[in-house]
Design a protein around this ligand. Structure first.
Ligand code: GLN
Ligand code: ZN
Length: 782
C-alpha cells in the first residue's frame, strides 16, 4: 500500500508516559522523602529506575522513538518554570538553600529538590504556586507567576540529563518540552503585578532561553525536540497567533538546534494550523481523535505539510477504549498524501490514562478486551505503524481481533440495555421541566419549609476523619463486618446531626460519612459503571485518582442514598438535605463512553439520578441538593462547542430534578466563582437555590449574579474551606452585608464555600457557630 521508502520512514511514538510506575513507586518514594523516611539518593534512583523501566517497556513494545523530559517529580509545567528560571521571589530563598542534606538531589541544575517542592507545596513560611486544571483534563499544573521584572535564565540540566539516560539505553529519543507560547498563556501575573499584565509580552525575553535549551539538547545529540503548544487549540486572538508565528520563525531560524516538532492536542488547531504549517519548523504533531478529528480536513485545506514530518495522534491518549484500527488506518492513509513523512502516535501524553488494563483482573474478561490503557495503547500505535508501513496484510491477525472486540462491545448487553434505551428515547421536554415556575415554587417552599430569613446550611460533607477512613479500610480488608461498619456510620451521622442542631443551623445534612468519593460512591452502585483496582491516574503531584469507567448503559438497581438520608431525618425535626452528585459531574470525573454522544450518556445517568431524587422526596426529603462542581470545567475548549454542551448538560440536570413537587426545594452547588460564560446555563438549571464559592473573592459573584438578573436564591460562601482559618463573626457579618447589597434578604443563604470533608472538627465547629451568629445578627437588624 505504500512504497518501501515511505515504509521505512514510519515511526511509532508517544508524547509521554505515566510517571508513577506499576505500583505507584514514585508516589511512595516522594512521600517517603517528604516524611524523611527515604533519602535523596534513594528517591533519585527510584525515579531513574522508573524512567528506564518505562523506556524499556516502550522499546520492547516496538516504539521506535521514545519521549524524554516528560518525567516529573511533581508537574511538567513547574519543571518548565525551573527550566526557564522563572522562580517566584518568595521561593528564591528555599531554592537557594543549597546546603540542605538533600542538596545533591536536584530537580534540575539550579534547583535543589527541596526548593522545587517548596514551589509545589509551599512551606510554613511561603505559599505554593497556584494549581489549576490542565486544559479540560483532571491533571493539575502549577501556574507560572510572571511579571515585568521576571528574569529568565536557561537551565537545561533536567532535559539534557533525561535525554542522555535514554540514549545510554541505545534508544532514539525525542525530548518533549512545554512550548514557549503555551507556557506564557498558562501563566498568570505574579502577586503584586498589575492584574492587566499579559505574560505573553515576555515572549521576546523567553525565546533566547528556549534557544539556549535547544542548543544544549542538540549538543547532547538530540535529533528532534518536541515543543508542546496545546494552548493554541483554544480560541486565540490575532495577537496570540502573531506571537506564535514570531516564536516559531525565531526558533525555526536558529542554526544550532534539533529538528523541531510542534505538538498540539485536545482539540483542533483551527486558525493556528496555517500559522504553524507555514512556520520554518520541521514537523507538526496533531490530534486526530474526537473533536480534534477536524484537523484532517483543515490540514488538507492548507495544502498539507509538504517537506515536513507529521506525527499523527490517532490513538486517544485520554480515554481508555481500544482503538478502531480500520478507522485509524483510513485516517493515516489520507495523511500519507499530505506530509513528507507520517508517524503514528498517541493524541497526547499517556499521562492521562492508567498504566495497564491487564492488571484489572476483576473486570469481566470479555469487557476487559475493550479497554486500552497506556501499555495497550503503545501496542496499538506500533500495530498501526506497521500496518501503515507494510500494508494491512502485515497486521491481519490484529485487525481481525480488533474487529471482533469492537463488535463484542457494540453488541454487548452491557452497552445496550433495551429498557434504559427505551426510557431515554421516551424522554419529553416536560420531563425536564418542574411543574411550576420558580416564582410559584418559592412561595410553596416558603410555606412548606418555614425557614427564617438568611437560612443557614452547609454543602454536604463533614470532616472525613481518620477513624472513618480506617473503618472503611477495615471493612474492605475484612477486619470488621458490615454491621460494625454501618454502626460506625450511624454514630457519625448522630454526631453530625446533634452538632448542627445545637449550633442552630436551619437546613441540616447527614455529613456524607459513608462516601469514599462523591463520584465513586455512586458509580459503585450504578449498573454500567466499571471500577478499576489499579487504574491510577495522576491528578496532581503525588495525588492519584482511580476514575470509574462509564462503560455501558446506566441503570440504578436500587436506591443509593435513601437509607442514610432517612436515618438522618429521623433524628431531627429540621429539614435534612438529600445529597447527590449531578449527572455532568458523574461524567466529568469518569472515563466516558466514546461509542455514543456524551449527551446520551448524560441523559442515562440523569434518569437514574432522577429516580433517586424522587425516592428521596417520597422518603420525606423536602430539600435535595444535586452537586454540579464540574459544570464549568467540562465546557469545550472552543467557544463554538459551548452551546451544544450546555444544552445537554442543563437538560441532564433538569431531568434529574424535574420530577419533584413544587414545594420540594432543589439546591445545586458549584465550587467556583467565575461564571462569565455560563451564567445563562446556571439559570437554565432551574434549581431553586445555588451555593457557590465566594469567600475569597469577597462575594463578587453575588454582584455578578444580581447584575445578570438571576432570579433565584443564592448562597455565596462566607467560609473559605480551603484554609484552616476560622472566619470571625464580624468577618462573616461583613461578607453577608456585601451579599445583601446585591441579593435581597428573601433570597440570600448563609453557607460555607464547599464541603467540609478536608477540615478538622475544631475549626468546623467554630466556623459554623460563627456563621450562625452572623446570620442571627443580620436577621436582628432587618
Ligand atoms: N456535597 C459535596 C461535599 O460537601 C460537594 C463537594 C464538591 O462540591 N466538590 O463534599
Ligand atoms: Zn464545592
Amino acid at each position: 500500500m505504500t512504497s518501501t521508502s515511505a515504509a521505512a520512514a514510519v515511526r511509532a511514538t508517544v508524547h509521554g508516559y505515566p510517571r508513577q510506575g506499576q505500583h505507584r513507586e514514585l508516589k511512595k518514594a516522594i512521600e517517603g522523602y517528604w516524611k524523611g523516611r527515604v533519602s535523596a539518593d534513594a528517591l533519585r534512583s527510584t525515579a531513574a529506575e522508573l524512567r528506564r523501566g518505562n523506556w524499556r517497556q516502550l522499546a520492547e513494545a516496538g516504539i521506535t522513538e521514545v519521549p524524554t523530559g516528560d518525567f516529573s517529580y511533581y508537574d511538567h509545567v513547574l519543571d518548565t518554570s525551573v527550566m526557564v528560571g522563572a522562580i517566584p521571589a518568595r521561593h528564591r530563598a528555599a531554592v537557594a538553600a543549597d546546603h540542605s542534606p538533600s542538596s545533591r538531589l536536584r530537580s534540575s541544575r539550579g534547583c535543589p529538590i527541596d526548593g522545587y517542592f517548596a514551589m509545589a507545596r509551599g512551606t510554613q513560611e511561603v505559599a505554593p504556586l497556584e494549581m489549576t486544571k490542565w486544559f479540560d483534563t483532571n491533571y493539575h499544573y502549577l501556574v507560572p507567576e510572571l511579571g515585568t521584572d521576571t528574569v529568565f535564565a536557561a537551565d537545561s540540566a533536567k532535559q539534557v540529563g533525561e535525554l542522555t539516560e535514554a540514549q545510554e539505553l541505545g534508544l532514539a529519543a525525542r525530548p518533549v518540552l512545554v512550548g514557549p507560547v503555551s507556557y506564557l498563556l498558562l501563566a498568570k501575573p505574579a502577586p503584586g503585578v498589575a492584574a492587566g499584565f499579559d505574560p505573553l509580552t515576555l515572549l521576546d525575553r523567553l525565546l533566547p532561553v528556549y534557544a539556549e535549551v535547544l542548543a544544549d539538547l542538540r549538543a547532547a545529540g538530540a535529533d528532534w525536540a518536541q515543543l508542546d503548544e496545546p494552548a493554541l487549540v483554544q480560541d486565540r486572538s490575532p495577537a496570540v497567533l502573531n506571537a506564535a508565528a514570531r516564536a516559531y520563525r525565531d526558533l525555526g531560524g536558529l542554526t544550532d538546534r534539533p529538528r523541531l516538532l510542534i505538538a498540539s492536542y485536545f482539540d483542533r488547531l483551527g486558525e493556528a494550523l496555517p500559522v504553524l504549517a507555514k512556520a520554518p519548523v520541521d514537523g507538526l504533531a496533531l490530534d486526530f481523535t474526537g473533536a480534534a478529528a477536524a484537523n484532517l480536513g483543515d490540514l488538507a485545506a492548507v495544502g498539507g505539510l509538504p517537506g515536513k514530518r507529521l506525527v499523527a495522534g490517532v490513538v486517544n491518549g485520554r480515554n481508555v477504549w481500544i482503538n478502531n484500527f480500520e478507522r485509524s488506518l483510513a485516517t493515516l492513509g489520507t495523511l500519507l498524501g499530505l506530509a513528507d513523512r507520517v508517524d503514528v502516535s498517541s493524541s497526547c501524553s499517556l499521562l492521562h490514562v492508567p498504566l495497564d488494563a491487564t492488571a484489572e483482573r476483576e473486570i469481566d474478561p470479555q469487557v476487559a478486551r475493550w479497554l486500552s490503557f497506556a501499555r495497550q495503547k503503545t501496542t496499538e500505535i506500533v500495530t498501526l505503524a506497521r500496518g501503515l508501513a507494510q500494508g494491512t496484510d502485515s497486521i491481519a491477525a490484529e485487525l481481525t481481533a480488533n474487529r471482533a472486540d469492537l463488535a463484542s462491545r457494540a453488541e454487548s448487553a452491557l452497552t445496550h440495555d433495551p429498557a434504559v434505551r427505551a426510557r431515554a428515547a421516551a424522554v419529553t421536554d416536560a420531563d425536564g421541566r418542574r411543574s411550576r415556575p420558580y416564582a410559584e415554587r418559592s412561595v410553596a417552599q416558603r410555606a412548606h419549609l418555614g425557614l427564617p430569613l438568611l437560612p443557614t446550611t452547609t454543602i454536604g460533607s463533614f470532616p472525613q476523619t481518620a477513624e472513618l477512613r480506617t473503618a472503611r479500610a477495615d471493612l474492605r480488608a475484612g477486619r470488621i463486618g458490615t454491621a460494625a461498619y454501618e454502626e460506625r456510620i450511624s454514630a457519625e451521622i448522630r454526631e453530625v446531626l446533634a452538632f448542627q442542631e445545637k449550633a442552630g443551623i436551619d437546613v441540616l445534612v447527614h455529613g456524607e460519612p459513608e462516601r469514599n468519593d462523591m463520584v465513586q460512591y455512586f458509580a459503585e452502585q450504578l449498573t454500567g459503571y466499571l471500577a478499576t483496582q489499579h487504574g491510577w491516574v495522576q491528578s496532581y503531584g503525588t495525588r492519584y485518582v482511580r476514575p470509574p469507567i462509564l462503560a455501558g448503559d446506566i441503570s440504578r438497581p436500587e436506591p443509593m442514598t435513601v437509607r442514610w438520608t432517612r436515618y438522618a431525618q429521623s433524628l431531627t425535626d429540621r429539614p435534612v438535605k438529600g445529597m447527590l452528585t449531578g449527572p455532568v459531574t458523574m461524567l466529568a470525573w469518569s472515563f466516558v463512553r466514546d461509542d455514543q454522544p456524551l449527551g446520551d450518556t448524560a441523559r442515562q445517568v440523569a434518569l437514574a439520578l432522577r429516580d433517586e431524587v424522587n425516592d428521596l422526596e417520597n422518603a420525606g426529603s423536602s430539600v435535595i441538593q444535586v452537586d454540579e462542581p464540574a459544570l464549568r470545567e467540562t465546557l469545550p475548549l472552543r467557544a463554538d462547542g459551548h452551546a451544544e454542551y450546555l444544552a445537554w448538560a442543563t437538560e441532564a440536570f433538569r431531568l434529574t430534578t424535574g420530577g419533584v413537587r413544587p414545594d420540594t426545594q432543589i439546591h445545586t452547588h458549584m465550587c467556583y466563582a467565575e461564571f462569565g460564560d455560563i451564567l445563562r446555563a446556571i439559570d437554565d438549571l432551574d434549581a431553586d437555590v445555588i451555593s457557590l464559592e465566594a469567600a475569597r473573592s469577597h462575594m463578587q459573584v453575588a454582584g455578578e449574579l444580581a447584575t445578570a438578573g438571576y432570579p433565584r436564591e443564592v448562597g455565596p460562601g462566607v467560609y473559605d474551606i480551603h484554609s484552616p482559618r476560622v472566619p470571625s463573626v464580624d468577618e462573616a457579618t461583613a461578607l453577608l452585608r456585601k451579599g445583601l447589597d446585591a441579593i435581597p434578604a428573601e433570597r440570600l443563604w448563609v453557607n460555607p464555600d464547599c464541603g467540609l470533608k478536608t477540615r478538622g472538627w475544631p475549626e468546623v465547629r467554630a466556623a459554623l457557630e460563627n456563621l450562625v451568629a452572623a446570620a442571627r445578627e443580620i436577621r436582628g437588624g432587618l
